[in-house]
Design a protein around this ligand. Structure first.
Ligand code: MTE
Ligand code: MO
Length: 212
């Protein structure tokens, strides 16, 4: 299991941990709502919204598995304060997806959509950043259902709620919009190093207005 492969415990230098974070035992499972059932014949990943040509893109599970993958080692930080040091993810880089499905020049943000309507918004720069992957595997194994199988986003430089499990669509946006947790009290930017945890900490320009 993943937890036996990763480094754990007190040997992690403190400066490697963002403020307020600790290293837990094992790999916690954390999400809101049920784990979706994977139906390989019905599953697809779609890209829509402000694409450069106006067309929509769609990959079946068979097609998605043929996209080029990279392996990336990164630390994973959850806003509930656990950090998983030295995670190893395998998947299709966000940057690769934007090459295959080019966004219009006016695109500033993406909304990443999961089964059951969970979503998280990202700046385009976060989506194409080094280390951002549409992951299909972790620490040498395919993802397990509870960790996001078949495909989850990993955005290691932001708090974990932006790392959407069970991804089904990427929507290109020409203006920022809040995702599931960003609407419900979590910070629009979610930088763990400056502890941008909650929306009340947001400064002007860090997020769209919160609707009551
Ligand atoms: N679809 C979906 N993805 C999600 C969540 C969720 O509730 N639904 N929770 C997020 C949160 S808060 C975290 S910390 C990570 C946890 O990933 P893990 O369960 O693989 O540790 O998943 C993120 N992705
Ligand atoms: Mo989280």
């Amino acid at each position: 299991m993943p937890s036996t492969v990763r480094r754990r415990g007190t040997s992690v230098p403190e400066k490697r941990l963002p403020p307020g974070q600790y290293v837990p035992r094992g790999w916690p499972v954390l999400h809101y709502g049920p784990v979706p059932r994977f139906r390989p014949g019905k599953w697809d990943l779609r890209v829509y919204g402000a694409t450069a040509t106006g067309e929509r893109y769609r990959w079946t599970w068979e097609e998605f598995q043929r996209l080029p993958v990279e392996t990336v080692e990164s630390d994973f930080h959850c806003v509930t304060k656990f950090t998983l040091p030295g995670m190893v993810w395998e998947g299709v880089p966000g940057a690769t997806l934007t090459e295959l499905a080019p966004p219009d020049a006016s695109v500033t943000h993406v909304m990443v959509w999961a089964d059951f309507g969970y979503s998280a918004n990202l700046r385009v720069g976060d989506f194409v950043a080094d280390g951002t992957l549409l992951a299909t595997g972790a620490v040498g194994e395919p993802l397990t259902p509870e960790h996001g199988f078949p495909v989850r986003l990993v955005v290691p430089h932001l708090y974990g709620w932006k790392s959407v499990k069970w991804v089904r669509a990427i929507e290109y946006l020409t203006a920022d919009k809040r995702g599931f947790w960003e609407e419900r009290g979590y910070h629009n930017v979610a930088d763990p190093w400056s502890e941008k945890r909650y929306s009340y900490q947001e400064e002007a320009g860090e997020g769209p207005p919160l609707t009551p």
